[in-house]
Design a binder for this molecule. Structure first.
Ligand code: PLP
Length: 398
């Protein structure tokens, strides 16, 4: 293929991107416009859970596109009813509101908690979130996030969020007052660098919130849809949150997200919540196609096994190169490099045709397709091994 030159000037400059233009994807691989192939361990940011352009998803979208795209959110459509029913059957929740992004689902969760507080808790509206947490890029979800880089931006923030220290139950308890209505967290802090809460911490948090009559909101946008080897992360812990948000993998690559809640908490009244594209038949058909594959018991068992394989290979790599811990669960893992070389490793891996992510200067994050093969893992590990050897030599020389 002839390398076309592209102008990047028409897009707003919102992040540093390498000058690579992707034109095709299949499974664990992407191709750029020069025909170079890349092994993808980012997968749209833990989004393409079945890999790039999986046939079942492409087929479901094209069939649905010919059938019905959207009748408007003022009417029911059959695919959104079926997807909502499937999600409630497979979870501890009773009601679903579909959204178009994770941030929008979290906005909905925040609004639902505030509505619940207005109706049942004397107007309580504060939500306790966590330092290091990430919940999205709308004003309210940036305000809910505990990301230091967000702090000076877009003032004034949306008020009503108080930040507890990650994994510190006492710090949560100290923030509870008459205005508190909910505690919101990611079971594994993904964007901060893959910092898991222990199952015990999550159980203790459930006990604490229940004792105070507070809602527990689990942001499973990154951990949900099979990413950790169970369909939803909360299943590892035996607890049931009151509200859960899903995004990323739920659409397998298309913009779909969801807000789920128990019956007792589903208190929106007409006019409180909505959106033009929400629950459109086209995206919900994609969601159904994804769920059908991901929710199959054998699929989830394979994710857990593949996750253990990747984890053990990363641990071997860490031992060989004197690196730090491997964190995370299932196929959401991070390798602590102990030194701030992640960005240069990511750049060198790109040259070698492997896509990796550095959520922090000293860590790499791995979020491959949930059906990634051991052979693909071996290829990625081989590339990383060589790069770490080079980096180690460079370090010793320097
Ligand atoms: C990605 C992410 C979001 C935001 O989702 P968008 O679709 O980018 O709006 C929110 N919470 C968590 C935990 C995420 O990983």
């Amino acid at each position: 293929m002839i390398h076309a030159t592209h102008s990047f000037d028409a897009l707003m400059e919102i992040t540093a991107r390498p000058p690579v233009v992707f034109v095709r994807g299949e499974g664990s691989y992407l191709w750029d416009d020069a025909g170079k192939r890349y092994l993808d361990f980012i997968q749209g940011w833990a989004v393409n859970c079945l890999g790039h352009s999986p046939p079942a998803l492409a087929e479901a979208i094209s069939v649905q596109a010919r059938q019905l795209i959207t009748p408007s959110p003022a009417y029911y459509n059959d695919t959104s009813l079926r997807l909502a029913k499937a999600l409630t059957d497979l979870s501890c929740f009773d009601r679903v509101f579909f959204a178009n992004s994770g941030a929008e689902a979290n906005e909905g969760a925040i609004k639902l908690a505030r509505k619940y507080g207005a109706l049942h808790r004397n107007g309580a509206h504060e939500i306790i979130t966590f330092e290091g947490g990430f919940h999205g890029r709308t004003l309210a979800t940036m305000s809910a996030s505990g990301k230091a880089a967000f702090e000076p931006l877009f003032e004034p923030k949306v008020s009503g969020f108080r930040k507890a220290r990650w994994h510190d139950l006492d710090s949560v308890e100290r923030l509870i007052n008459d205005c508190t209505v909910a505690v919101m967290l990611e079971p594994i802090q993904g964007e901060a660098g893959v910092w898991p809460a222990s199952d015990q911490f999550l159980r203790d948090l459930r006990e604490l919130t229940s004792a105070h009559g507070l809602l527990l909101i689990s942001d499973e946008i990154q951990t949900g849809m099979g990413r950790t080897g169970k369909l939803f992360h909360y299943e590892h812990t035996g607890i049931a949150p009151d509200i859960m948000t899903l995004g990323k993998g739920i659409g397998g690559g298309v913009p779909l997200a969801a807000l789920l809640a128990t019956e007792a908490v589903s208190c929106f009244e007409h006019g409180d919540q909505g959106g033009t594209f929400n629950g459109n038949a086209l995206m919900c058909a994609a969601g159904l196609a994804v769920l059908e594959e991901v929710a199959a018991p054998n699929f989830l068992k394979a994710v857990a096994e593949t996750g253990l394989y990747l984890e053990s290979e990363l641990q071997r790599l860490s031992a060989r190169h004197g690196l730090g811990e491997v964190r995370g669960r299932g196929l959401l893992l991070a390798l602590d490099l102990r030194v701030p070389i992640a960005a240069s490793i990511v750049a060198a891996a790109l040259d070698d045709g492997v896509l990796l992510n550095a959520p922090r200067p000293d860590a790499l994050r791995f979020m491959p397709a949930l059906n990634v093969t051991r052979q693909e893992i071996d290829l990625m590990i081989g590339c990383l091994d060589a790069l770490l050897t080079k980096a180690g030599i460079a370090r010793r020389v320097a």
